[in-house]
Design a protein around this ligand. Structure first.
Ligand SMILES: Cc1cc2nc3c(=O)[nH]c(=O)nc-3n(C[C@H](O)[C@H](O)[C@H](O)COP(=O)(O)O)c2cc1C
Length: 185
C-alpha cells in the first residue's frame, strides 16, 4: 500500500448528543497538569483537585478554572473572593487524590502557608498563583472562575510536574518511560 491510498481503518466517531462518560474519556486523552485549588481562611480553608486550569491573559494577568456546581469549594471561593492555584509535583500524587474525594483532606493535613490574598498555598507545590476572583460564568454543570493573579511563587520549581492522562496520574518522567519504550536504554 502506498502512502497516497485511502486508509481502510475507520476512526471512532460519535455524532449527535454526546454521552458524558465518553466525553470525559476522550477529554482524558488531552494531557494536563494537576492542580489543587485552595480557598477560604481559618477553619473554612479547603481545597479541591482540578485539572481545568488555563491561563487566559497576560495583561491583565488572568487565569481560570472550572468547578462543578455541587463542589463544596464553590461557595468557599465565592465567599472568600480569592483562590490559589497550586501546580503539583510528581511527588504529590497522594495529595492530589486526597483532595479529589467526597471526603477531601483538610488543609491542616498538608504543609501550607498564607499567600497575599489570605488564602493558603501548598508549601511543597511546584508553583502557585494566588488570585483575586474577578468574574464567574455559568458553564453548564460547572462554574468558570476567572481570577487576577496578585502573587506567584515557585516553591519546588526544580521538580517534575504531576500529569493526568487517561484517568491516571504520574510524574512526567514516569509517564514518558511507560508510554514511549523507544526512549528506554
Ligand atoms: C485529576 C483530577 C482532575 C479534576 N479536575 C476537576 C475539575 O477541573 N473541576 C472539578 O469540578 N472537579 C475536578 N475533579 C474532581 C474533584 O477533585 C472532586 O470532585 C472534588 O474534589 C470532590 O469534592 P467536592 O465534591 O466537594 O468538590 C478532578 C479530579 C481529579 C482526580
Amino acid at each position: 500500500m502506498t502512502a497516497t491510498q485511502p486508509q481502510t481503518r475507520r476512526p471512532h466517531r460519535a455524532v449527535g448528543p454526546v454521552d458524558g462518560k465518553l466525553l470525559r474519556n476522550v477529554c482524558g486523552l488531552f494531557v494536563t497538569g494537576v492542580t489543587v485549588i485552595t480557598s477560604g481562611t481559618g477553619e473554612e480553608a479547603s481545597g479541591a483537585t482540578v485539572n481545568s486550569f488555563t491561563s487566559v491573559s497576560l495583561d491583565p494577568s488572568l487565569v481560570l478554572f472550572c468547578l462543578h456546581k455541587d463542589s463544596r469549594l464553590r461557595q468557599v471561593v465565592e465567599e472568600t473572593g480569592a483562590y490559589a492555584v497550586n501546580f503539583l509535583t510528581g511527588r504529590q500524587e497522594q495529595v492530589a487524590w486526597a483532595f479529589a474525594g467526597r471526603q477531601t483532606a483538610t488543609l491542616q493535613s498538608v504543609d501550607h502557608h498564607l499567600s497575599a490574598t489570605g488564602v493558603p498555598v501548598l508549601s511543597q507545590a511546584m508553583a502557585f498563583l494566588s488570585c483575586r476572583l474577578v468574574n464567574a460564568f455559568e458553564g453548564g454543570d460547572h462554574t468558570i472562575f476567572v481570577g487576577e493573579v496578585v502573587e506567584l511563587g515557585l516553591p519546588c520549581a526544580d521538580q517534575e510536574p504531576l500529569i493526568f492522562f487517561r484517568g491516571s496520574m504520574g510524574s512526567l518522567e514516569e509517564e514518558q518511560r511507560g508510554t514511549h519504550p523507544i526512549f528506554d536504554g
